[in-house]
Design a protein around this ligand. Structure first.
Ligand code: AGP
Length: 624
C-alpha cells in the first residue's frame, strides 16, 4: 500500500524524493518522510498527513549529499502519527518499508529484553533494529540484511541505507512490489514505475527474495545468500505524459475520459480483421483445452470482482460454462474445489493485490490452470499466472478504478466469445456479429461521455439525498454494485447496490422521500444471429425492472434512471433520466458504468472530498 522511493547518484536527492513521493501518493497518504545521508550523518524528516505538508516543512531545509530514501504511508501497524511515519532510523540503519511483518511482536520482545528502546508502534522499526544489531557486530549492510531476512515472516519491500556505506542503497522484496530504475551515473529504487518513469525507462523488476544493491555507478542483484543472480532489464513503453493530469482537474476524470481509447487499445490487439473474429493470441495454446474445461472460477477484489461478476454472465451465455465468482479474500481460505479441468481467472488492475496473489497461489497448488487479466505489465500477478491477458488501459492513478474496469469487461467479453467458439457453443456467424458489435464499443463510449453535463446536473440536484440505492437486473446487477462502490469510496455518501429482484426482500424498507434510487434499465438490442429467446429475455428483464421502479415510486423515492435512447417508456416514470446510445445486452454494462462513474465523480466534487485520494483508501491493497 505504501509508496517507496530511493535515489543514489550525483544530484541533490531532496527534489527527486519529494517529486517521486507525489507521484506515489495514491498508494497511501497518512504520513510521509524522507532521509538523506551525507558525511556519515543521516537527516530524517517526517510528518503526519500529505506530501504537501512534508514539502512545506522542508521548504527551507538545505540537504547535502546525493543519496536518500522516501516513503508515503498507509498505516497498518500504529496510528498515522509522525512517530510511526517512515523512514525509521536506528543506529546505523535507516529504512522504509511496505508490507506487514507478522512475527514482529516476538522480535520486539526480544529486542526490549536486550535493552533496545523502541520508539514507534510499527513493525518496520523492529526490522531496523534487527539490521542494526547485525551491522553493529561488524557485518556490511548486505550481510546484515541477508542474515535477518530468513527470520522475518510476512510480506515486505524494504529500502535501506547505512551510515557506514555512502555509496549503497539496498532494496529487497518479498510479496510487495519493488523495482530498480537504471540511470546514467544514478539509480533509483521504487515501489512503482510511476515514481521514476520521467527519469528512466530502464527497469529491473525484482523478484521475491532478490536483493538489489544499488551504487551510483552500477546495480548488483543478489539472492538471499548474497550471490549474484540473473536479472532482466525491461524498457517500459508507458510514457511519462500518461502519468500527468493533462489539464483535467483530477486523474479520475481524465481516466473516465480515456475510456474510448483504452477500450480501443484493449480490443484492437485481440481482433483478427481478416476473419472478423475475436482472436486472443495468448489463448492459442489453450484452445483445445478450453473445449474440455469443466468450470471457471473468477477471483478478484473490489471493482475487479464486479468485472468478474459481469464476466460470469458473458461466459455462461456465450460459452455455457459454469462460472463461480469469489472475493479473493474468501476464496483463499475456503479450500476451494478445483481440478486440472478448472480455469481460475484472476482479475486485477495492479496485479499486486495481496489477496488476489494468495488466491493465485492457492489455485496453482490445487492444479488448476490460472489466467490473469491484468493492467500492469511485469506485476507479480502477470508474472506468476500461467497466462496473462493485458488490458491496455494505460496507467490508472485515481484510487477509484474506472478505465481498468471497463477494459476488464471488454477482455472478459472477448474471452467468453473465444471460449464459446472453442467449445462450439457459438457459431461463426454469431461470433462475427459479436465481434462487429464490440468494435463499435469505443465509439459508443465516446457518445456516452457526451452526457457528462446532464450527469453533473443530476449529481448537483441530489446532494441532499440521505442515501443512494442502485439497482439492476441480470448483467446490470454487478453494475449496480460498482456504481454504489464508486459513489461511497469517493463521496462518502451511503450507497448500496442490489439486484432489483431483491428489493422486496428487505431494502425497500429504506425507501422514503429522502432516498435516491438509481435504476439501470437499458433496452438491449441483439445481434440478428443471437439464439432464439435472447431478445425476449432482455424484454422480460426490462419489464421486471419497471415493476421495481413502480414499487419505489409509490413509496416516494426519487428515481434516477439510466436507460437507452431507443426507449421512450422510462421518461414517464423517472424524476431524472439519462439516455445512453442503444447497445447490445453484453455491451450495455460497459456503457452504463460510465455515467455511474461520472455521477460519483460530480457528487464527490460537490461534496468537496478529495476525489483522487479518498480517506482511508489506497490504490492497491498489497497487504491482507
Ligand atoms: C476500486 O475503485 C477500488 N479502489 C478497489 O476496489 C480495487 O478495485 C481493488 O482494490 C482491486 O484492485 P486491483 O484491481 O488492483 O487488484
Amino acid at each position: 500500500m505504501c509508496g517507496i522511493i530511493g535515489y543514489i547518484g550525483d544530484k541533490n536527492p531532496k527534489g527527486i524524493l519529494l517529486d517521486g513521493l507525489k507521484r506515489l501518493e495514491y498508494r497511501g497518504y497518512d504520513s510521509a518522510g524522507i532521509a538523506v545521508l551525507h558525511d556519515k550523518q543521516v537527516e530524517v524528516f517526517r510528518c503526519q498527513g500529505r506530501i504537501e505538508a512534508l514539502e512545506k516543512r522542508l521548504s527551507n531545509a538545505d540537504f547535502k549529499g546525493s543519496l536518500g530514501i522516501g516513503h508515503t504511508r498507509w498505516a497498518t501497524h500504529g496510528a498515522p502519527t509522525e512517530r510511526n511515519a517512515h523512514p525509521h532510523q536506528v543506529g546505523a540503519i535507516t529504512l522504509v518499508h511496505n508490507g506487514i511483518i507478522e512475527n514482529y511482536l516476538e522480535h520486539r520482545e526480544r529486542l526490549q529484553a536486550m535493552g533496545r528502546k523502541i520508539l514507534s508502534e510499527t513493525d518496520s522499526e523492529i526490522v531496523a533494529h534487527l539490521f542494526d544489531l547485525e551491522v553493529s557486530q561488524g557485518k556490511t549492510l548486505l550481510q546484515a540484511i541477508a542474515a535477518v531476512l530468513p527470520r522475518l515472516k510476512g510480506s515486505y519491500a524494504f529500502v535501506v541505507l547505512s551510515k557506514n556505506e555512502e555509496d549503497t542503497i539496498i532494496g529487497v522484496r518479498n510479496g510487495a512490489p519493488l523495482l530498480v530504475g537504471l540511470g546514467d551515473k544514478e539509480n533509483f529504487v521504487a515501489s512503482d514505475v510511476q515514481a521514476i518513469l520521467h527519469r528512466t525507462k530502464q527497469i529491473i523488476y525484482l523478484k521475491d527474495h532478490q536483493i538489489a544493491v544499488c551504487h551510483r555507478g552500477n546495480v548488483e542483484i543478489k539472492d538471499l545468500y548474497g550471490k549474484d543472480t540473473p536479472f532482466e532489464v525491461k524498457t517500459i513503453n508507458w510514457s511519462a505524459d500518461q502519468m500527468e493530469k493533462a489539464g483535467y482537474r483530477h486523474f479520475m476524470l481524465k481516466e473516465i475520459h480515456e475510456q474510448p481509447q483504452a477500450l480501443a487499445q484493449t480490443i484492437e490487439t485481440n481482433i483478427d480483421h481478416q476473419s472478423g473474429l475475436v482472436s486472443i493470441p495468448e489463448l492459442s495454446s489453450l484452445r483445445s483445452w478450453l473445449k474440455d474445461l469443466d468450470q471457471i472460477q473468477i477471483v478478484a477484489c473490489g471493482t475487479a470482482r464486479h468485472a468478474g461478476l459481469v464476466g460470469r454472465y458473458y461466459l455462461e451465455r456465450f460459452a455455457r460454462i459454469s462460472v463461480k465468482v469469489d472475493f479473493a479474500s474468501e476464496f483463499r481460505y475456503r479450500d476451494p474445489l478445483l481440478s486440472t479441468k478448472s480455469l481460475v481467472v484472476l482479475i486485477s488492475q495492479s496485479g499486486e493485490t495481496a489477496d488476489t496473489l494468495a488466491a493465485l497461489r492457492e489455485a496453482k497448488t490445487k492444479g488448476a490452470k490460472t489466467l490473469a487479466i491484468c493492467n500492469v505489465r511485469e506485476s507479480t500477478l502477470a508474472r506468476d499466472a500461467d497466462l496473462v491477458l493485458y488490458t491496455n488501459a494505460g496507467p490508472e492513478i485515481g484510487v477509484a478504478s474506472t478505465k481498468a474496469f471497463t477494459t476488464q469487461l471488454a477482455m472478459l467479453y472477448m474471452l467468453a466469445v473465444e471460449a464459446g467458439q472453442a467449445n462450439g457453443n457459438i457459431d461463426e456467424t454469431y461470433a462475427k456479429e459479436l465481434t462487429a458489435d464490440l468494435l463499435k464499443l469505443p465509439f459508443l463510449a465516446e457518445r456516452t461521455l457526451l452526457l457528462e453535463k446532464q450527469i453533473e446536473k443530476m449529481a448537483g440536484d441530489h446532494l441532499d439525498c440521505s442515501f443512494f440505492f442502485y439497482m439492476g437486473r441480470d448483467v446490470q446487477y454487478p453494475i449496480a454494485l460498482e456504481g454504489a462502490l464508486k459513489l461511497k469510496e469517493i463521496s462518502y455518501a451511503h450507497a448500496e447496490g442490489y439486484a432489483a429482484g431483491e428489493l422486496k426482500h428487505g431494502p425497500i424498507a429504506l425507501i422514503d422521500r429522502t432516498a435516491a434510487v438509481l435504476i439501470i434499465a437499458p433496452k438491449d438490442t441483439e445481434p440478428t444471429s443471437a439464439p432464439e429467446g435472447m431478445a425476449e429475455h432482455s424484454k422480460t428483464l426490462f419489464e421486471k425492472t419497471m415493476s421495481n421502479l413502480q414499487e419505489v415510486k409509490s413509496r416516494g423515492g426519487k428515481i434516477l434512471a439510466f436507460g437507452s435512447e431507443n426507449d421512450p417508456s422510462l421518461a414517464q416514470h423517472a424524476d431524472c433520466l439519462i439516455q445512453l446510445p442503444a447497445a447490445s445486452w453484453a455491451l450495455n454494462p460497459v456503457l452504463m458504468a460510465i455515467p455511474l462513474q461520472l455521477m460519483a465523480y460530480y457528487t464527490a466534487l460537490f461534496r468537496g472530498t478529495d476525489v483522487d485520494k479518498p480517506r482511508n483508501l489506497a490504490k492497491s491493497v498489497t497487504v491482507e
